[in-house]
Write a protein that binds this ligand. Structure first.
Ligand SMILES: CC(C)(COP(=O)(O)OP(=O)(O)OC[C@H]1O[C@@H](n2cnc3c(N)ncnc32)[C@H](O)[C@@H]1OP(=O)(O)O)[C@@H](O)C(=O)NCCC(=O)NCCS
Length: 156
């Protein structure tokens, strides 16, 4: 476990220079996520992705489909640096950096994913509903959550 000084953690737009670090984090978190998919993200005009960089190394990644109502597609932090505030700082600053036209952020999360649900709730996301058996391998419901930008957002 690496101790992180959050003051030195910088949130910046995802770019090609972060691709190896982010691919490495993804491979620890997700099966079947490829570098090709990430490069596709870079090319996609409606995708907004950000990284949390510490001492020159990306330790967190998040990605949105940013239309008027943005969707948080994915967020992850390095498994050895969890519960130190990286995910929260990344998500807060990324949401602030989203285009001004974005009014709200929606997301789907596995109902068993307590760390993520707690983080979203801490930031002011509210539950809109549930999609029964939305996920497979393993089967799980999806919780649909929303945050109104500039509304009850805990951004301080
Ligand atoms: C969800 C995730 C991004 C959180 O990243 P993190 O850097 O550990 O999060 P933070 O340290 O910023 O935690 C912020 C808050 O989230 C909640 N939280 C985080 N981890 C938690 C855990 N293991 N148990 C309970 N609450 C947790 C807490 O409310 C925490 O605030 P606190 O420490 O003041 O109590 C990380 O666990 C992760 O990458 N998970 C795998 C990928 C994933 O499931 N992504 C979400 C679905 S797309």
């Amino acid at each position: 476990m690496e101790n992180i000084n959050l003051e030195n953690l910088k949130i910046e737009p995802f770019s090609i220079k972060h691709i190896e670090d982010v691919t490495s984090i993804h491979s620890k978190v997700l099966d079947g996520w490829s570098m090709k998919g990430l490069i596709g993200d870079l090319a996609n005009q409606s995708t907004e992705s950000y990284v949390a960089v510490y001492e020159g190394r990306a330790l967190g990644f998040c990605s949105f489909i940013a239309t008027e109502d943005a969707e948080l597609v994915f967020i992850c932090t390095h498994p050895l640096c969890r519960r130190q505030g990286i995910g929260e700082k990344l998500l807060r600053e990324a949401i602030i950096a989203l285009p001004k036209t974005v009014n709200s952020i929606v997301l789907e999360v596995r109902s068993q994913n307590e760390p993520a649900i707690k983080m979203y709730e801490k930031m002011g996301f509210v539950t809109l509903g549930k999609r029964k058996n939305f996920y497979s391998f393993p089967e799980d419901d999806a919780i649909v959550m929303e945050l109104i930008k500039g509304g009850v957002m805990n951004l301080n």
